[in-house]
Write a protein that binds this ligand. Structure first.
Ligand code: ADP
Length: 256
């Protein structure tokens, strides 16, 4: 609390009176703490690939100086680490841009059908690398929502990429776009992967949260994807609903 004490005198009286006011700043403190945790986490995530890069550079200058085979392998790892850093920086920039735009409401009429089609096409190389088939189930007519096209592309890219990465190799990812009369527009992304244990589900949209049991460490990712999704959906007044069953799969639904 911040406590303020102000002396005051009423109607020419002689008594000393004081006005005492209390202001609860626990919410401000909480936001402040969240901000500094975030900076600490972001720095840590950036330092890990940086330390690895430095290690490999030193090894290449020293013990591996005359070993072209080892050098080639190290260069491959270094490129992976540099890519990881640039994914992190891109995601951090996305989050900070979204924070700047928080008070501006998205106002384009966006047809979700071509958006989903575009995302499917842009993820085709990843899907084929992982032997995943992305199947679309969309209505004939337009399914329009008020939004920001680029941000919605980012939402579905993240969700569909996750379904491909964490789903089952050689399986299908189904995407349903529904527009029931009088109901809310929904897009569901369904995979047939290992599922997510219930205790992790409420924390998925936290920054840097990754579920180790889904073997996420071995997959490329920053742990920021769903935090970005949540941010964008909040701006769109849309909700993210997650249903998951172990060994059956996971369904992420965006409800506008
Ligand atoms: P990442 O960059 O790790 O993919 P996200 O924020 O997109 O970060 O996702 C957070 C974590 O949620 C992932 O690391 C993964 O453990 C889990 N996850 C997300 N989508 C799925 C899914 N479809 N099936 C299983 N686990 C998932």
């Amino acid at each position: 609390y911040i406590v303020r004490i102000a002396p005051m005198r009423l109607g020419g009286g002689t008594e000393d009176l004081f006005l005492v006011s209390f202001k609860d700043i626990s919410e401000l403190r909480r936001i402040d703490r969240m901000r500094s945790d975030f900076v600490a986490n972001a720095s840590h995530e950036l330092r890990t690939p940086l330390a690895s890069l430095r290690g490999f550079i030193e090894t290449m200058q020293g013990p591996a100086r005359n070993d072209p085979k080892a050098q080639e392998r190290f260069l491959g790892i270094m490129l992976d680490q540099a890519n990881r850093m640039s994914r992190l920086v891109d995601d951090l920039l996305s989050l900070s841009r979204l924070e700047l735009k928080a008070h501006i409401a998205p106002d384009q009429m966006v047809d979700l059908v071509p958006v989903i089609g575009h995302v499917r096409d842009s993820l085709a190389p990843l899907a084929s690398e992982l032997h995943v088939e992305i199947r679309l189930h969309v209505p004939e007519e337009k399914v329009e929502v008020l939004g920001d096209r680029d941000e919605l592309v980012q939402v579905f890219e993240n969700l569909i990429e996750n379904a491909c990465k964490y789903g089952q190799e050689g399986e299908v990812v189904d995407i349903y776009v529904r527009n029931p009369a009088g109901g809310s527009v929904e897009v569901s992304i369904v995979d047939h992967g290992p599922g997510i244990p219930a205790e992790h589900v409420p924390r998925l949209t936290e920054r840097f949260y990754r579920v180790s049991v889904t073997d996420s460490r071995s997959k490329k990712g920053t742990g920021l994807g769903l935090a970005i999704v949540k941010h964008i959906l909040t701006r769109h007044r849309a909700r993210l609903v997650v249903k998951s069953e172990i060994d059956q799969g996971t369904e992420f639904t965006v409800r506008f």
